[in-house]
Design a protein around this ligand. Structure first.
Ligand code: ZN
Length: 371
């Protein structure tokens, strides 16, 4: 096992241990209650053994080439310059303090763009938090300046053609399949299925959102029970520009109301934290410097409630939301979503209507300058 001390780029978190051998994860966690997840590749293959920080820096694409939809303009955090050999940082960090588990997306150099490796590492973390009798509340956070800029549509770590052992259902592997069959199998598993699975985690979850929460990033925040945003947070789903009716986990009308959802989608513009609060999409807005402290405080107060009471209360509200049509609505829209992908692929260059992170950013800027 290779191990070193790794300090996340966010100032909110203490140093954590990064382990590259997940078989040793349990031992490490037992010893320190802190671990990292996702340093291995698909299907349990070891990830790249080691690479130097200098190679890491060379692989960093800079502010114009990061890979998620509507990538913010700010450059990623500064990277380590020393050419020392280090283990590849895990894409998800996991730590437990008292009754609260903190799960942190850890691709800050790509604004936490979500690839499959991160998706399955998040699932590992949530599964672990659910199973741990000492954990009563789970926080989902993003390292760095941004919560998440969405699905990975262009970083060097994009892994849509890699196989992972499926967790969300029994549909067959998308790899090696063609056209809509491949696309449907993949998105059902890693997007819609995983988000539904995480929503049902029987312990309260809190999204701690700063900076960008864009497209696929919305899905991660929306599956959490509470959303606490910093005053610099902003939210947007710009995928209508690709001809697609919203992201795969189509919760828009339920998290902000139908009329606001139409405005949010039609314009695809950024909604700031205050507006999101007015729309009822987030629970609280706090100063950036107080975000992690405030979220931890809320989690610790919730954790004083009895575990079963919390689980049943969560289920009660989720059931009410389902009776308001959330699940059947999302199933219906998932079909429309895939009609849009298939149409794009049939008449154009690809299922995203030829868009990538850069073209989405340029389109947004063009729209803002004409407003
Ligand atoms: Zn899609």
């Amino acid at each position: 096992m290779t191990e070193r001390t790794f300090r996340p780029t966010t100032p909110d978190l203490p140093p954590v241990a990064t382990v590259t051998d997940t078989t040793a994860l349990a031992q490490a966690a037992d010893a320190t209650r802190v671990a990292s997840i996702g340093a291995r590749g698909p299907r349990g293959e070891p990830g790249p053994a080691t690479r130097t920080a200098a190679e890491d820096a060379a692989a960093s694409p800079g502010p114009d080439a990061a890979g998620a939809a509507d990538v913010p303009d700010t450059p990623g955090p500064a990277r380590e310059a020393a050419a020392v050999t280090v283990a590849e940082p895990a894409v998800v960090l996991y730590e437990v303090n008292g009754s609260v588990a903190r799960v942190t997306m850890n691709r800050p150099e790509y604004r936490n763009a979500q690839n499959s490796k991160m998706t399955y590492a998040l699932d590992d973390a949530f599964y672990r938090a659910a199973a741990d009798p000492d954990v009563k509340v789970v926080i989902l956070a993003g390292a760095g300046k941004h919560f998440s800029a969405g699905h990975d549509i262009g970083t060097p770590g994009r892994d849509i053609d890699q196989s992972f052992d499926r967790r969300a259902g029994l549909w067959w592997d998308h790899v090696g399949q063609l056209g809509a069959e491949s696309r449907f199998a993949r998105e059902q598993e890693v997007y819609l299925g995983m988000c539904r699975r995480w929503r049902e985690l029987p312990k309260p979850t809190i999204a701690q959102v700063q900076g960008a929460c864009i497209a696929g990033g919305l899905m991660l925040a929306w599956v959490c029970d509470l959303i606490v945003a910093s005053d610099d947070a902003f939210f947007a789903d710009p995928v209508v520009r690709m001809g697609i009716p919203g992201v795969e986990y189509f919760a828009h009308p339920w998290v902000m109301g139908p009329r606001a959802a139409k405005e949010f989608l039609f314009l695809g513009e950024r909604v700031d934290a205050r507006r999101a609060l007015d729309l009822g999409m987030v629970n609280r807005v706090v100063p950036r410097a107080e975000l992690a402290t405030e979220v931890t405080s809320i989690a610790e107060r919730i954790a004083t409630m009895p575990r079963l009471g919390l689980a049943l209360t969560k289920k009660a509200v989720n059931q009410a939301e389902d009776l308001m049509g959330l699940q059947t609505g999302m199933d219906a829209v998932f079909g429309l979503h895939h009609l849009a992908h298939a149409h794009n692929a049939e008449v154009g260059k690809d299922s995203l209507a030829g868009h990538d992170a850069r073209s989405m950013r340029d389109a947004r800027r063009g729209s803002e300058s004409s407003a």
